[in-house]
Ligand binder design. Structure first.
Ligand SMILES: *Cc1c(COP(=O)(O)O)cnc(C)c1O
Length: 369
């Protein structure tokens, strides 16, 4: 089986991890945490970095730090992972959905403005699969309506928008370091902001809102979202190689694009837009309706030939758990729905070999030409 993802851990990961064990610094108190936070923030041009236990936790803390509460509306893409809406819903807020752009699969920023109401508090942009959202129009709307911007850059390590790093936009941004991301710590996440207040709030929320002078007296409910020194050690080693990783992913994307360009009735990821070159977090395929086959069936056929795949995101308005809460009644987002029913991604991890990739292409061409 060619797995859909294999991480690459052949730099200083082992050396730094050993350092944790030899020094005994294995909790969140160790020195790699600060180093990772500072180096990551500096790479993304942000003043503050707050390392947490995963990318979902980073979004949870960001939503809480921005003060999203009962009745507050946050505009989010329909086509995303549920991590984006969990805390909005738990806090009593309302996710308000926007459909995707057919070509980039990112939120269609032209649909944002008509979703704004007097209760709108924030816009969450989520960069999907390798290309950034067209940010300038979003930032302009946010300025005109005085809305906060949260940037979920979980899939965008090293990506830029018009030359500026993804993760440097808006009030607060978040990353994930899950093993299929360009930089991994096993599990892990990071919150980035230029605001000292938001950074302090996130640090406090990450650590149960312990108070410096009255440790076990709490004025606010936080979580334990701490990252361990061992995770940060791996992160520091991974970050040293981010430029190589990016080049590697772009090469992987270019090889797939060339090899699969003759596949009929299949949409491949866009190689570039006016504002960015694809970093191919994953290499997705969207089957045309005329192909007469669903993503589910295609994935089944590929699995039987030893090729690992994953479905695309299931849109938020089709999530049973959210529907049962009474959200999104009678709403439809046709592009997001089509991406879900016709889209899936093929092996595209950092550790994929050329030989494995060639084999994947051969099987795809054989099955779907
Ligand atoms: C991976 C991912 C997350 C969640 O990160 P975890 O570390 O798995 O919790 C959030 N948003 C997007 C867009 C992601 O791709």
């Amino acid at each position: 089986m060619i797995p859909v993802n294999t991480p690459l851990l052949d730099g200083n990961e082992k050396k730094y991890l050993l350092e944790c064990i030899e020094t005994g610094w294995i909790s969140s108190e160790g020195p790699f945490i600060k180093q990772f936070e500072e180096q990551f923030a500096s790479r993304v041009n942000r003043r503050h970095g707050v390392a947490v236990c995963n990318g979902t936790a980073a979004i949870d803390a960001a939503i809480e730090a921005l003060g999203i509460g009962p009745g507050d509306e946050v505009i989010v893409p329909a086509f995303t992972i549920i991590s984006c809406v969990n805390q909005i819903v738990r806090a009593g807020g309302v996710p308000v959905l926007v459909d995707s752009d057919r070509t980039t699969w990112n939120m269609d920023v032209g649909q944002i403005e008509r979703k704004i109401t007097p209760r709108t508090k924030a816009i969450m942009v989520v960069h999907i699969y390798g290309l950034p959202v067209d940010l300038d129009p979003v930032l302009d709307i946010a300025r005109r309506y005085d809305l906060k911007v949260i940037e979920d850059a979980a899939e965008m390590h090293g990506q830029t928008y018009k030359g500026r790093p993804c993760g440097s936009f808006g009030d607060i941004s978040t990353f994930s370091f899950y093993p299929n991301k360009h930089v991994t710590t096993g599990e892990g996440g990071m919150i980035l902001t230029n605001s000292e207040q938001l950074a302090d709030d996130c640090r406090s929320l990450r650590n149960l809102c312990f108070q410096p002078h009255k440790r076990f007296v709490h004025e606010r409910l936080g979580w334990n979202l701490r990252m361990t020194n061992m995770q940060a050690a791996i992160g520091v080693a991974q970050l040293e190689r981010l430029d190589n990783f990016l080049a590697h992913k772009r090469r992987l994307g270019a090889r797939y694009t060339t090899a699969l360009s003759t596949l009929p009735k299949v949409q491949l990821p866009m190689a570039r837009t006016e504002y960015a070159d694809n970093v191919y977090w994953v290499f997705g395929l969207v089957l045309d309706k005329e192909a007469g086959i669903s993503a589910e069936e295609a994935m089944r056929r590929l699995a039987s030939r030893g090729v690992g795949t994953r479905p695309f995101f299931c849109p938020m308005h089709q999530q049973p758990v959210l529907r049962r809460l009474g959200l999104f009644d009678n709403e439809s987002y046709p592009v997001a729905e089509q991406l879900y029913s016709q889209g899936f991604y093929i092996p595209s991890g950092m550790g994929l070999t050329d030989a494995e990739q060639d084999r994947v292409c051969e099987i795809l061409l054989d099955e779907f030409s």
